[in-house]
Design a protein. Structure first.
Length: 318
């Protein structure tokens, strides 16, 4: 088989052949997250300072924060611009309201006590001794403080019907009275009865139209009106005649006075009563009824009087 000398061999052909041109396609870089579509609003980037992510601030909020507040003219506290009243004033008002309620409850609790004990140390103005907390008495009406022993002694030696506060510093003398409730708490039952009896005697002596019951050792007395002729004693339950100034139950005034005339010769008590009635007539404090002759007395008021026995109307002036 003849071979063409001028035909290249396969090896040569493979060596001499020109390589085919290489074509490159440009590809997009790989992405790790999906990009957000473009927005019409301008986004504000979040700044990073030294690795710390600073939160975003709304421009309007930042502008509102920069607005100056208003200063309270009373306490100089700067309040928020839109606050209608001072924050400090409202807190002060709430504090005062709570304090007022506490004081009210404290005063209310004091009303249940017979007397008020001192809450501070003080010097008694009577004995000049230092008094510890709870060892003295504060009077309700005037708030003056005294030690218990001195106040009790003043109550026992007083001769007045109503016992005044003993406070007297040389410039001011207290005119208020010690209450019955305080005296009952400081004194024993026997001491209080003694003081009460003495006060009633003093009050009776000071009354112009007072009448004491004629029953011996009776404590009853009254203040009579012009139109009242009898007094029913609440202590001894006896009826007193205000005209005769005596007790004559079962007899009217004329019968009693006639009986008094008969007994006057032998009975010293009847004689003393008869002399008292005659003295009243002489001094113009009593008169004989023009109809029945009984002794009548004008207590007060108008000169028109009426006989308690025969009911005859009389004129005191004539």
């Amino acid at each position: 088989m003849m071979r063409d000398l001028y035909a290249p061999s396969k090896k040569m052909a493979a060596t001499d052949a020109k390589p085919a041109p290489t074509t490159f396609r440009e590809e997009a870089p790989p992405t790790t997250r999906q990009e957000a579509p473009p927005s019409s609003k301008q986004e504000v980037s979040r700044p990073v300072i030294y690795g710390v992510d600073v939160p975003l601030v709304n421009p309007k909020e930042a502008e509102r924060r920069e607005e100056p507040g208003w200063e309270c003219p009373a306490c100089t506290v700067v309040n928020l611009p839109h606050r209608p009243g001072c924050e400090n004033a409202e807190e002060e008002q709430q504090r005062k309201e709570m304090e007022r309620r506490r004081n009210y409850e404290a005063h209310r609790n004091l009303d249940f006590k017979d007397y008020i004990e001192n809450t501070e140390n003080f010097q008694c103005l009577i004995c000049y001794e230092d008094v510890e907390i709870g060892e003295g008495v504060m009077l309700r009406e005037c708030l003056h403080d005294f030690c218990k022993d001195c106040l009790k002694g003043q109550i026992m030696v007083s001769e007045e019907a109503q016992i005044r506060c003993p406070f007297d510093d040389g410039h001011y003398q207290c005119q208020t009275f010690i209450t019955e409730r305080e005296m009952r708490a400081l004194l024993t039952e026997e001491e209080f009865e003694k003081v009460e009896k003495r006060g009633l005697q003093q009050a009776e002596a000071a009354m112009v139209d007072a009448f004491h019951c004629k029953t011996p050792d009776c404590q009853g007395w009254c203040v009579y009106d012009d139109d009242v002729n009898f007094y029913d004693c609440n202590f001894c339950k006896k009826q007193n005649c205000l005209t005769c100034k005596a007790i004559h139950e079962g007899m009217n005034c004329k019968e009693y006075q006639d009986d008094l005339e008969r007994k006057a010769a032998n009975d010293e008590a009847a004689k003393a009563t008869k002399e008292m009635l005659e003295k009243m007539i002489q001094q113009g404090e009593a008169m004989n009824c023009t109809q029945c002759g009984v002794i009548v007395q004008k207590k007060e008021g108008c000169d028109w009087i009426k006989c308690s026995v025969c009911k005859t109307e009389l004129c005191w002036a004539t």
